[in-house]
Ligand binder design. Structure first.
Ligand SMILES: Cc1cc2nc3c(=O)[nH]c(=O)nc-3n(C[C@H](O)[C@H](O)[C@H](O)COP(=O)(O)O)c2cc1C
Length: 210
């Protein structure tokens, strides 16, 4: 492993942990922009980029995120400097996947069996149930969130991905378009400590299929 040079990405991966205690320092507009830019550059299936973000930074709404009807009383959320409500646009996901497939075909960028495979994939998504479509679009949003989490470390911030939230309440309260689905919340702020309390991970042997 040490034949591999230490890079900024590796450092960010090693330093990242789920931060649940934040200092009161604000997350600046430039920091918010840096995280959104990291998300924007993430990979996505057929370059569909189905992620949409609502950035919440005002005290009242941050406090609201820490309450029972929103996050099952994850009260520490109210101390975050910003909460990114990470959404998937399921309609946009299908539309933009179709547009990419059309573009590839029109410009003869991908040919033969591979192009047929892409068109079959898009056709499947067009007719997929909302649940299946959500799974595919949410996976893309997850990639964007990973980029944000690593970039956060690089610019001196910490983050925690939140999967336990009430989607209906969040959408109603923040006026998020009903056609969007909330995939997760990314709480971001200045970490109160730079080391995780525990870092329990499976051994390589447990995750490599032989
Ligand atoms: C899909 C997903 C959902 C999660 N939901 C929550 C959550 O609701 N609340 C929370 O405090 N942490 C949540 N986490 C953070 C995990 O608990 C954390 O990533 C895991 O325990 C590993 O710890 P680490 O991130 O510090 O390495 C979630 C993480 C993921 C990927």
């Amino acid at each position: 492993m040490r034949d591999v040079p230490m890079t900024g990405v590796e450092e960010a991966i090693l330093k990242r942990y789920s931060v649940r205690e934040f200092l009161p320092d604000p997350v600046t507009p430039d920091q918010v922009a840096a995280l959104l830019e990291a998300a924007r550059l993430a990979p996505s299936s057929l370059n569909s980029q189905p992620w949409r973000f609502k950035v919440v930074q005002d005290e009242e709404n941050l406090a609201w995120f820490g309450t029972k009807p929103v996050s099952r009383s994850q009260t520490w959320l109210s101390k975050a400097g910003a909460i990114f409500v990470c959404c998937a646009d399921l309609t946009g996901y299908v539309r933009d996947s179709q547009a990419s497939a059309f573009f590839y075909r029109e410009h003869d960028l991908i040919r033969g069996d591979s192009m047929d495979g892409i068109e079959e994939y898009v056709e499947r998504e067009v007719h997929a149930s909302e649940t299946a479509r959500f799974g595919a679009a949410a996976m893309n949003v997850g990639f964007a969130a990973s980029f944000m989490m690593l970039r956060a470390v690089e610019i001196g911030l910490g983050s925690c991905w939140i999967g336990m939230f009430n989607e209906t309440n969040i959408k109603a309260h923040l006026g998020i378009d009903p056609s969007l689905r909330v995939v997760g919340l990314l709480a971001v702020g200045h970490p109160a400590s730079d080391t995780p309390s525990v870092r329990k991970r499976k051994e390589l042997d447990e995750i490599i299929l032989r």
